[in-house]
Design a protein around this ligand. Structure first.
Ligand code: CTP
Ligand code: MG
Length: 235
């Protein structure tokens, strides 16, 4: 089986604050997207990486790929993304050559995922799971609320799911290609990850252990943490 990785990198990064699109911001001098591409291409299994660039940034991303050292054995494609993450992933899937039967979808905003996590996801798909997500137990207790119309106003608490049964999920999420494409063709509701679309199809989704360093760079404090992790790795 051949494995391709689709990396949605087309978001603005509104929660990170003003500046360049999030994936193009530097972490210890290197764009977050380059760290994320290297993290996926570090896996022996991954032979193609499809980068989904900001809608008007495909040329800039292509020149970034040329300017940074990347593994010779990996092929790269760059396509422009869309308005939502879901649309960006679909545009990446549209560019996939037929030979790839396993697809990883990985957020550019998770630049530090360890290669062992990538390999664990691939191996679980190859072992027969149509959809695989890396997951971690939660540190915080989670409440369901009635969201306030005005941000900052008190919100009524509706309930507290049992924390031990909850998992925070990460990427790369791994899929049988045909299953993921069918999910993207069928499920039109807004979702926040790809596996939930496969769940809507009624297909089996399983977790494998995630990793703390696969956290998503979302808010300014996450930049501080990401740079500290890179420094600890001497990068
Ligand atoms: N993404 C994308 N296309 C979009 C929106 C998001 O490819 N239209 C990508 C982001 O680039 C990121 C991943 O999806 O790699 C996860 O999204 P998120 O962390 O929410 O990033 P942003 O949408 O850029 O951030 P924000 O929601 O704060 O604006
Ligand atoms: Mg977003």
């Amino acid at each position: 089986s051949r494995v391709a990785a689709v990396i949605p990198a087309a978001g603005r990064g509104v929660r990170l604050g003003p500046g360049a699109p999030k994936a193009l911001r530097a972490l210890n001098g290197t764009p977050m997207l380059i760290h994320a591409i290297r993290a996926l291409a570090a896996s022996r299994h991954v032979s193609l990486v499809v980068v989904v660039a900001p809608p008007d940034g495909a040329a800039e991303v292509k020149s970034l790929l040329d300017a940074h050292a990347l593994p010779e054995r990996t092929d790269f494609l760059v396509v422009p993304g869309g308005e939502s993450r879901q649309e960006s992933v679909r545009l990446g899937l549209d560019a996939l050559p037929p030979a790839y039967d396993v697809v990883l979808v990985h957020d550019a905003a998770r630049p530090l995922v360890p290669v062992d996590t990538v390999d664990t996801v691939v191996e679980a798909v190859r072992a027969g799971a149509p959809a695989v997500v890396p997951a971690l137990p939660l540190a915080d207790t989670v409440k369901e609320v009635e969201p306030a119309a005005v941000p900052g106003e008190p919100e009524p608490v509706l309930g507290t799911p049992v924390r031990a049964r909850l998992r925070a999920v990460q990427t790369p999420q791994g899929f049988d290609r045909a299953t993921l494409i069918r999910a993207h063709e069928t499920v039109l509701d807004d979702v926040t990850d790809d596996a939930s679309m496969v769940e809507r199809l009624g297909e089996r989704v399983v977790t494998v252990p995630g990793h703390e360093e696969a956290f998503k760079v979302t808010r300014p404090l996450d930049l501080v943490l990401a740079e500290a992790v890179l420094t600890r790795r001497r990068l």
